[in-house]
Write a protein that binds this ligand. Structure first.
Ligand SMILES: O=C(O)[C@H](O)[C@@H](O)[C@H](O)[C@H](O)COP(=O)(O)O
Length: 243
């Protein structure tokens, strides 16, 4: 029971999606305040974490959070302009970053224009500059916390079923052209996500119950089953998803 993989990971089952959001918000605040230097977070997209981001923007939380000692990165994004309703960058600007006192220098969205492969390599260069090396070491995490969601088809970040990115063992960021999603995406790869102190999966709602059960059993067909962390993985789920 080491917590480095999705099967041995601890599961925290909470009443509803608000309780999940509050738990993760409190966890991020505690860890950010405890950090002695820069605190690095990779943010998830999609709808599940929107409640979390809204909570983080609330004044009584925002005034306590060390925004300018925190570097916010993206776990993935759709390769669309920021003003697209599908952009994680746009969603985070609206729900969080436009509402708190954070410097744009502490926010690192993924590129959303040009050639996707070149954009992925450019983002990898940003990560390597912050990490201080082009080679990941398992005793020096790239991220303090990686937030992940879980799609009903077993994807997480933009690690989609049947995609070449699932085999990527060297690059930290890569493009993905899912065969069952409308946009090309950029995503952190498995090795980049593994370079973390914590990976938190946020899973809520009855529609996620089946895939959550399959991934928690380590079903190898599900891309999320192959997520590991040099630190600890935790499932933060609501009762409907855990049913
Ligand atoms: O950009 C994205 O879409 C996310 O990073 C993706 O991995 C998401 O977490 C899952 O698709 C779950 O999405 P929901 O939270 O909307 O169910």
């Amino acid at each position: 029971m080491n917590g480095h993989d999705v099967v041995s990971a601890k599961a925290i089952v909470l009443a509803d999606s608000d309780a999940v959001a509050r738990h993760v918000a409190d966890f991020l605040l505690t860890e950010a305040l405890r950090a002695t230097g820069v605190f690095r977070v990779a943010l998830s997209g999609g709808s599940t974490p929107k409640r979390l981001y809204a909570m983080m923007a609330e004044p009584d939380y925002a005034e306590r959070f060390p925004w300018n000692r925190t570097e916010f990165f993206f776990g993935d994004d759709r390769f669309v302009p920021e003003d697209s309703p599908d952009s994680n960058r746009g969603m985070l600007r609206k729900t969080l970053f436009s509402r708190v006192a954070i410097s744009t220098q502490n926010i690192h969205p993924m590129p959303d224009q040009g050639d996707p492969d070149e954009a992925a390599r450019a983002y990898e260069a940003v990560l390597q500059a912050h990490y201080g090396s082009p080679v990941l070491r398992n005793d020096k995490p790239l991220f303090d916390v990686v937030l992940l969601g879980l799609g009903e088809n077993g994807h997480t970040a933009s690690l989609f079923p049947r995609q070449p990115v699932l085999e990527e063992k060297t690059r930290w960021v890569a493009p993905c052209v899912p065969d069952d999603a409308p946009h090309t995406r950029l995503t952190l790869t498995y090795p980049a996500i593994a370079s973390s102190r914590y990976v938190l999966f946020l899973v809520t709602g009855a529609p996620k119950a089946a895939v959550y059960t399959r991934v928690r059993k380590g079903d190898p067909v599900e891309p999320a089953s192959h997520i590991t962390s040099d630190g600890q993985i935790e499932w933060i789920v609501d009762k409907d998803a855990a049913a």
